[in-house]
Design a protein around this ligand. Structure first.
Ligand SMILES: Nc1ncnc2c1ncn2[C@@H]1O[C@H](COP(=O)(O)OP(=O)(O)O)[C@@H](O)[C@H]1O
Ligand SMILES: Nc1ccn([C@@H]2O[C@H](COP(=O)(O)O)[C@@H](O)[C@H]2O)c(=O)n1
Length: 206
């Protein structure tokens, strides 16, 4: 397929990546397909739930990143894919898949997507959504308790033991690969308008 543009949207957990991706989707509508790195979490279905909840989900080894890379390559070639569906409440992959058709704009969203150079090199524009750690933690607590079936204690425990230290190892150091750093995420209208303008320029150039 001609004119495919791949946009990476990274940033720490609860920084506003999905909000920014949705703003781009609103603009380009059906020309956009969104692939989240989180869809590609490994299922760990050989382990019981009580073991799965203890794993480190902020490490590169927790993902099937090669499948995401292969899927992006297929979409760029005009081939549809069946992407996995992940459940944060079940801590595993569901049995169903979702068909994703090739689109002009593919957004790849995830907190650790710039850590893998093969994945990074597939992207035409790399965005990093920036937010202070305390704001992200507050948002994460609210979201994980409301939407991901977690207790306050479990969110704080996971944040302290894995999410925060892994962010320092696998997210923050890779911010340097971003082309654009967006503070205030989805609320930053000027940055998002500039990004939309740039996407339109690339699409009309090709
Ligand atoms: N700029 C913002 N100000 C306040 N809350 C925000 C902002 N951006 C996102 N949120 C909220 O924070 C939570 C996480 O946002 P989301 O976009 O899903 O982040 P991410 O995809 O990076 O995890 C959501 O509940 C969202 O509504
Ligand atoms: N079973 C899982 C899998 C992942 N997580 C956490 O999700 C975070 C990434 O999602 P964002 O939308 O916040 O980017 C990541 O930090 C993992 O710790 C989880 O809690 N449980």
């Amino acid at each position: 397929m001609k004119n495919v543009i791949v946009i990476g949207v990274s940033g720490g957990s609860a920084s506003g990546k999905t909000t920014v991706a949705n703003r781009i989707k609103e603009e380009f509508k059906d020309s956009v397909e969104l692939l989240s790195h989180d869809f590609y979490y490994l299922p760990y279905d050989d382990l019981p739930m009580e073991e799965r909840v203890k794993l480190n989900y902020d490490h590169p080894n927790a993902f099937d990143t090669q499948r995401l890379i292969d899927d992006i390559r297929k979409l760029k070639q005009g081939i549809s894919i069946d992407r996995p569906v992940y459940s944060y409440t079940e801590y595993t992959r569901l049995s169903e898949t979702v068909k994703v058709n090739p689109a002009k704009v593919i957004i790849v969203e995830g907190f650790m997507i710039y850590e893998n150079s093969e994945l990074r090199d597939l992207m035409d524009i790399k965005v990093f959504v920036d937010a202070d750690a305390d704001e992200r933690l507050i948002r994460r607590i609210i979201r994980d308790v409301k939407e991901r079936g977690r207790t306050l204690e479990s969110v704080i425990d996971q944040y302290t033991k894995t999410a925060k230290p892994m962010h320092e190892l696998f997210v923050e150091p890779y911010k340097k690969y971003a082309d654009i750093i967006i503070p205030r995420g989805g609320m930053n209208k000027i940055a998002i308008d500039m990004l939309i303008h740039q996407i339109k320029a690339i699409l009309s150039d090709e």
